[in-house]
Structure formats: structure tokens, C-alpha cells
Write a protein that binds this ligand. Structure first.
Ligand SMILES: N[C@@H](CCC(=O)N[C@@H](CS)C(=O)NCC(=O)O)C(=O)O
Length: 193
């Protein structure tokens, strides 16, 4: 099967799929949706206009969690308990909140003002980080699976975009340090320019 992954080098949703596909050959079709008109091109392959998109011949998958289920079913990376599904949903909730905050910033809307929507997103991120601290301290530290890939992609991107400050969250700093030297983490690192 020939895979093309449409995505950017900064997107955390794309990065978790690149990490998942460490041992699967694919071509990365790079887009820059925020700084160029690549979003217009993306519309033609994904009406939701979001990345990643996995293309397999005529078939496409428009959502990173769907891509995970498809590939996991085929390559049997890991089993998923209900608890694992909830962990993934929690991290994605925080990640979506972070992306909204980033989009506010890019739209010139201050995220330092006490707007209700801004506070909802910030509170969600804090709530998820509080909830996931025991997971991060134990399983997250030990296992490199789709949950930890997603968490790593979120934390790294959140700091890169100035959305997250982990100074008061040593467990998350340890988690980052624990996985930072993995080859795939280094290969998919966010370009700093
Ligand atoms: N549920 C989607 C979310 C993907 C997503 O939010 N991607 C961001 C980039 S990190 C995006 O394409 N944003 C552009 C937009 O929403 O306009 C998934 O898991 O694939």
C-alpha cells in the first residue's frame, strides 16, 4: 500500500501520525495552512480543511484518530482499553483547546484577557493536565504508544507556540525528557524557524 500523508511540520496532530508511522514507508506532502494559500488546495482533498489527511490511492482519511484506528487495525501496534480511549480523548481535548488559543492569538485576539471562551480553553488544558498527572508519571513514562505520542506532540507544540508553560509541572518535564531522545521524536522535531 502506498501512503501519502498530507500535513505540516508543525502540526501536533500530524506529528503523532508521523511518530506512529515510524516503521511504515510513506510520502509526506507538506502544506503550510496558516501562512500560505495551501488551505485552498487542502479543501479539495478534505472539506473540513484540516490536517492530517492520509491518502491511499483513491481513498482518504480526514482525521488523525481515524488514521490511527485504520493503521492500528492493519499493523496491530497496540490494544486499546476504554481507559486508553479516555486518555486519548482527554489529551485531544487539551490539544484542541490549545489549537483554538493559538488561532485566537494568530487572529489578534488576546489570550491574556478574561474572555469566557479563552478561560474555558485554558481551564480545559489545566483540568486535563491535572487529571493525567498520575498517568504521565507511570504508564506515560514507561510506554511509547499512541497515547504517549499524542501527549508528547501536544506538550512540545504547546510550548513552541507559547500556549503551555510547564515550569510548575515537573512530571510533564520529566515525561518530555524521558522520550526526547527517541529517534522518531528527533526526526519529527518542530522546525525552529
Ligand atoms: N480532529 C482533527 C483535528 C486536526 C486539526 O485540528 N488540525 C489543525 C492543525 S494542527 C488544522 O488543520 N487546523 C486548520 C484549521 O482548523 O483551520 C484530527 O485529529 O485530525
Amino acid at each position: 500500500m502506498k501512503y501519502t500523508l498530507i500535513g505540516s511540520l508543525t502540526s501536533p496532530f500530524v506529528r503523532r501520525i508521523r511518530m506512529l508511522m515510524e516503521t511504515i514507508p510513506y510520502e509526506l506532502a507538506e502544506l503550510n495552512i496558516y501562512e500560505t494559500d495551501d488551505g485552498i488546495k487542502l479543501n479539495k482533498v478534505n472539506p473540513i480543511n484540516q490536517i492530517p489527511v492520509l491518502v491511499m490511492g483513491e481513498e482518504k482519511i480526514w482525521d488523525s484518530r481515524q488514521i490511527f484506528y485504520y493503521l492500528n487495525n492493519k499493523y496491530k501496534f497496540q490494544t486499546m482499553s476504554l481507559e486508553d480511549e479516555n486518555t486519548l480523548t482527554a489529551i485531544e481535548g487539551a490539544l484542541n483547546a490549545g489549537i483554538s488559543l493559538f488561532q485566537f492569538k494568530r487572529s489578534g485576539i488576546s489570550i491574556d484577557e478574561p474572555y469566557m471562551i479563552v478561560n474555558r480553553h485554558k481551564d480545559r488544558i489545566d483540568s486535563v493536565l491535572d487529571y493525567l498527572t498520575p498517568f504521565t508519571q507511570t504508564e506515560g513514562m514507561k510506554n511509547w504508544n499512541f497515547q504517549s505520542m499524542t501527549l508528547y506532540a501536544f506538550l512540545d507544540w504547546g510550548q513552541f507556540r507559547g500556549i503551555l508553560n510547564l515550569d510548575k509541572r515537573p512530571v510533564y518535564q520529566q515525561f518530555m525528557a524521558q522520550h526526547a531522545n527517541r529517534e522518531i521524536v528527533k526526526q519529527t522535531s518542530i522546525p525552529k524557524v
